[in-house]
Design a protein around this ligand. Structure first.
Ligand code: AMP
Length: 123
């Protein structure tokens, strides 16, 4: 299935400067900013600057430089945020993954013990 990207999403608007954000880190290929509804003491979203709708889209289509820049931003966010005791990285993807914003974003959550990742599946 080909990947599609709709540039009307809210993170595309943040990248265009149409909506403010609380930037944590930025480089040529990625922007990291605080989630507007934090679910942990540290809750940062890392997004690529390119038009990628999801993690699998980004992994399949982004250049090596874009992927390296994105991962460098993840490393900087962890360092800046003091996540030496650990963290969780989540990429909600598509309908089953309950992705709300169709621009790839990695949630970086930490600053407290987070508990189990998922509830056990229903029988
Ligand atoms: P999801 O697509 O389900 O992985 O989550 C989208 C995330 O984006 C949610 O955690 C929202 O709180 C967050 N969010 C939505 N709008 C903004 C915004 N303008 N600034 C920062 N975070 C946002």
């Amino acid at each position: 299935m080909p990947f599609a990207y709709d540039d009307k999403n809210i993170f595309a608007r943040i990248l265009r400067g149409e909506i403010p954000n609380r930037t944590v880190f930025e480089n040529d290929h990625a922007l990291a900013f605080e989630d507007i509804h934090p679910q942990a003491p540290v809750h940062v979203l890392v997004i690529p600057k390119g038009p990628y709708a999801s993690l699998d889209h980004f992994a399949a289509a982004a250049s090596a430089a874009e992927q390296a820049g994105f991962m460098a931003a993840v490393a900087e966010v962890c360092r800046i945020s003091g996540l030496d005791k650990g963290f969780r990285a989540i990429a909600n993807t598509g309908e089953d993954g309950v992705q709300e914003v169709p621009h790839f974003h990695l949630h970086i959550l930490g600053g407290r013990r987070l508990g189990r990742m998922l509830a056990p599946a229903e029988a």
